[in-house]
Design a protein around this ligand. Structure first.
Ligand SMILES: C[S@@+](CC[C@H](N)C(=O)[O-])C[C@H]1O[C@@H](n2cnc3c(N)ncnc32)[C@H](O)[C@@H]1O
Length: 196
């Protein structure tokens, strides 16, 4: 079945702005994880809305495994080719969120949550993947007053908190140039309590 993102897949990795976004997201991730005392080394990761895997590729060097999830088969085909080229058996792709509960150390969602039909419900499902102490992190454009794209700080905080995650933080993540304009996406995060 064709997906509305399929047509973007072949050229996705040639877009300077999306590459810069993914690199900045990786730097932002290291800062966020410092705050939760979670080490990327040997982490079991779910990269939800992975696209062609621009963030997946950066994570792959240090983590134990990555479940890379995306509804666009064309995006996943690009990632599958890169994974095969690298010989990475620890990176697997799928169109559905994994069913196992409490097995992941980290869930990352880079520029996908603002496109979801059911954003809070999806965060709830993704939070269920986390083991106690595991961390959820998302990056999204900030929706401005009157805008029809992105998420507000309140929406992010509410979704993360309602999903039962503790220590929710929502901040400006970084600045990135997008077609000549400086843009500042948000990063939202929360942690599954160790006592659960
Ligand atoms: C803006 S792209 C970001 C891709 C990638 N994270 C990156 O930063 O390069 C959004 C991605 O979210 C995926 N997506 C949209 N809705 C989704 C859903 N319900 N479940 C999983 N992936 C979804 C799209 O197919 C697309 O690859």
């Amino acid at each position: 079945m064709s997906d509305s993102w399929d047509s973007a897949a072949p050229e996705w990795d040639t877009d300077v702005a999306v590459r810069a976004y993914a690199t900045a997201a990786m730097d932002s991730l290291r800062r966020v994880l410092d705050g939760y005392d979670l080490d990327l080394d040997n982490a079991v990761v779910c990269d939800f809305g992975c696209g062609t895997g621009l963030l997946t590729e950066q994570l792959a060097a240090s983590v134990a495994s990555i479940d890379a999830i995306d509804t666009s088969l064309a995006m996943l085909e690009v990632l599958d080719r890169k994974t095969a080229d690298h010989g990475w058996s620890h990176v697997t792709t799928a169109t559905e969120i994994p069913t196992g509960r409490g097995l992941h150390d980290l869930v990352v969602c880079s520029s996908v949550c603002g496109f979801l039909d059911d954003y809070p419900g999806t965060v709830d499902r993704l939070a269920g993947l986390l083991r106690p102490g595991g961390v959820f992190v998302q990056w999204d454009w900030e929706r401005v007053a009157g805008g029809d794209h992105g998420l507000t700080r309140d929406e992010i905080e509410q979704a993360i908190t309602s999903a039962g995650l503790a220590g929710c933080k929502v901040d400006t993540a970084f600045t990135v140039e997008v077609y000549g304009e400086q843009m500042a996406p948000l990063v939202g995060s929360g942690q599954r309590s160790s006592g659960e």
